[in-house]
Design a protein around this ligand. Structure first.
Ligand code: CDP
Length: 725
């Protein structure tokens, strides 16, 4: 039946004719664009309708009839690993199980020995549940193929436009989409948080449809599609063990993880790191022996592995270590702050080589924790807690003293699909002393337009208001790997400084020409060169810019511009100390976050107000999985909370008053001494909250609770422990 206004109905079989029914994921797995015979999870797209408007499309979608025959679903990764589990990826020739990969790092034998010799060993199973990035704006695109020019322009919500362009060229080169004819434009986008790094079927279908019908095609996910069908974060089952001496010196850490990746590994990790930077799991502590191993499995769920506001798996790692440190404190009957202070990597030990292979650039953990304790009045709170406990009231104090690892990355170790993880800045100074700078990153609301302009203003003396910043258009911006994992300041921020230095080097030559002195006779002061010993003889950057186009020295190229591709020598290691105080109503089990102090250290700060905003937002995104968010599936693979009525996001009402402060420990290798910041709070907050709730219940013998810690879970625990009627 033809429906007026419908241009095409696309199925997997249609795409198969062009070999576009499967596509590669960023982890070199494969993902269906549209299925030809088997769907892998509830809510998977099965057909696409291209119509004049969304109302006609919605009606036409209703007319699509799909005959489903139920198959046995595998939802639990522990069942998926059983030998009798149905093999899910039958498309993979010779695949006889659901195992995706095994990854391990550290010294297994020395760790084993340290465990055997330790006075005390604690062990806990810690689960970080499946959650979903819930950006204000869902994913979408407008794909426009212009047949006359053979040019494809795609406006899309992507955090990594250049990588997308290359992927489109590699995947669809055989149907004539060549990289020089592909333009990806990532305009202002409403939040990314890692969820807008992968390629989703909707993008591919819109592109294919535009090529086929020769008209622009728009695809915008609705909220339910976004929540149920694009990709997911976390879902790590971690078995965590920590060994110590009887005096509390941590000796060894061991973590064994089962990772649920859904039906395909669509994580956006650097190729060499299938578990991202999970090996930061020794955290802020000087633990000499560590070993971690992980196995990933397929299940009948949407693709998993998005690095939701985190450096590829740091949230999971930090949750594991920060929880187990509290378990150890409880076992040793030690104050958790005191135990942390005893085991911190000391400030003079930096650069510090971790047991799992990272070189931490700089840090001062005792200072940050002390500031957090002084700010919140830690000793008084402990006294208050003891008094309350005696009266049967429930109050808890939770700490999280985390170390992050951001700024991927040094290209010798970091690439995505083989593309090295550098980033870039192209800077042009106009004759009138104004500038435009373009970057390979892409802000999704982090304020790059402000902070990059500030960096250049500081380095060149051109007012920030006179510097135009552009990102996100692959026809104009220099190649870069995009924005996620707090990499922008460590990489593109550094590229900005380096490009400015190159411009300054040339400006020096022009200034020497204008002032008729040698370059060595010149001194730089922000905004001008002057002759050593006679500061009145000077040329401003604006004078020099004008001369670069009107009076440049013969033999020197005209113009004043530079491009820098920055390949960081190391990652940056921001850190923080968070303390959370909760009160739990013993009758209703309602949990109230009374206070939350967050001390962050991201090295030198470019814009304190933006950093503050990043921390506030990140803390609320840390509160969310700690107390509210979890995607729940039943045994048949039906999602039980696929909308915002059931999948709870905290609003301003639930958000406590964040009390923030900072210490500043510059990065020794970053040109500005800056470290990334955007995800630290999302990483640091959940264990602080979980530790506070467990602390409130620890006298009842509670050692661990998995997030989200809801009032119902607490009520169940209280009931189990006989603490409520
Ligand atoms: O990659 P993404 O932009 O998400 O993360 P980021 O590098 O941590 O930066 C987030 C925002 O905070 C950017 O506007 C940065 O320039 C700013 N920032 C800052 O002002 N000072 C720092 N030390 C780190 C970030």
């Amino acid at each position: 039946m033809a429906i007026p206004g419908v241009h095409a109905v696309i199925t997997g079989d249609v795409l198969k004719q062009y070999n576009l029914h499967w596509m590669p994921t960023l982890m070199s797995d494969t993902q269906m664009v549209l299925p030809t015979d088997t769907v892998m999870y509830q809510s998977q797209e099965v057909a696409a309708v291209i119509a004049d408007d969304r109302y006609i499309a919605a009606d036409a979608v209703e007319a699509v009839e799909v005959e489903y025959e139920p198959m046995q679903a595998v939802v639990d990764p522990f069942k998926s690993m059983q030998s009798d589990a149905p093999v899910l990826r039958t498309d993979k020739e010779g695949k006889t199980d659901n195992h995706i990969w095994h990854w391990e790092t550290g010294d297994k034998d020395s760790t084993e020995k340290a465990f055997q010799n330790a006075d005390v060993v604690v062990k806990e199973n810690v689960y970080l549940p499946r959650i979903h990035v819930a950006s204000i704006e869902t994913c979408g695109c407008v794909a426009s193929f212009e047949p006359a020019e053979g040019k494809l322009t795609v406006y899309m919500t992507t955090q990594a436009p250049h990588a997308i362009r290359t992927v489109v060229a590699l995947v669809a080169g055989h149907v004539g989409l060549s990289e020089e004819k592909i333009r990806i434009i990532s305009p202002d986008i409403g939040g990314g948080f890692g969820g807008k790094v992968p390629v989703y079927p909707g993008y591919v279908i819109a592109i294919a449809a535009s090529v086929v019908i020769g008209k622009p095609v728009k695809w915008v996910e609705d909220r339910s599609e976004n929540l149920q069908a694009d990709s997911f974060a976390r879902d790590y089952h971690m078995s965590v063990e920590l060994a110590s001496s009887s005096s509390g010196k941590m000796e060894a850490l061991r973590i064994k993880t089962v990772a649920d990746h859904g039906y395909t590994d669509a994580a956006a990790n650097p190729s060499k790191y299938p578990a991202g930077m999970f090996s930061i799991c020794t955290g802020s502590y000087d633990i000499k022996n560590a070993f971690t191993e992980m196995d990933a499995y397929y299940t009948n769920k949407p693709p998993g592995g998005v690095a939701y506001r985190c450096s590829f798996r740091v949230t999971e790692a930090i949750h594991a270590i920060e929880r187990i440190v509290d378990v150890l404190a409880q076992k040793l009957d030690r104050d958790p702050a005191d135990l942390r202070m005893q085991n911190f990597i000391q400030p003079e030990a930096f650069p510090y080589q971790s047991a799992l292979g990272w070189e931490y650039d700089s840090g001062d953990y005792p200072r940050a924790l002390k500031l957090a304790m002084d700010t919140i009045g830690y000793d008084d709170l402990r006294k208050e807690q003891a008094e309350k406990r005696a009266k049967g009231e429930l109050m808890g104090i939770g700490l999280s003293t985390f170390t992050e690892v951001v700024g991927a990355g040094p290209s010798k170790d970091f690439d995505i699909l083989g593309i090295k993880m550098f980033d870039s800045c192209e800077l042009r100074i106009h004759p009138t002393g104004k500038a435009i700078a373009r970057f390979g990153t892409k802000s999704q609301g982090q304020g790059h337009e402000t902070t990059y302009a500030q960096i250049l203003a500081e380095e060149l003396g051109i007012p920030a208001a006179h510097i135009q910043i552009e990102e996100g258009d692959t026809d104009t911006a220099p190649y870069g790997l995009g924005t996620y994992a707090s990499r922008s300041t460590p990489t593109a921020g550094a590229a900005a400084a380096k490009a400015a230095h190159k411009v300054r080097d040339k400006a020096r030559k022009i200034a020497a020409h204008l002032l008729e002195v040698s370059e060595e006779d010149l001194e730089w002061e922000v905004g001008k060169f002057y002759v050593k010993g006679s500061p009145e003889q000077s040329k401003t950057i604006q004078d020099i810019a004008f001369a670069a186009y009107t009076n440049h020295p013969q033999g020197l190229e005209a113009g004043l511009e530079a491009t820098h591709y920055y390949d960081p020598p190391n990652l940056t290691f921001p850190f923080g100390s968070y303390i959370c105080v909760v009160d739990i109503d013993p009758k209703t089990a309602e949990i109230k976050v009374r206070r939350f102090v967050a001390i962050d250290d991201c090295g030198n700060i470019i814009n304190p107000m933006i950093v503050e905003g990043q921390i506030h937002g990140g803390l609320t995104q840390g509160l969310a999985p700690a107390m509210y968010e979890e995607l729940i599936y039943d045994e048949d693979g039906n999602i039980l909370n696929g909308n915002f009525m059931d999948y709870l996001l905290p609003t301003a009402v639930e958000t406590p008053n964040w009390e923030t402060d900072r210490t500043v420990t510059p990065s020794p290798h970053h040109p500005l001494g800056a470290k990334g910041v955007a995800e630290s709070p999302t990483v640091g907050a959940p264990p602080a909250i979980a530790n506070a709730v467990v602390d409130a219940l620890s006298h009842l013998g509670v050692e661990n609770m998995d997030i989200p810690i809801t009032p119902y879970k607490v009520w169940q625990v209280l009931k189990e422990k006989g603490a409520v009627a």
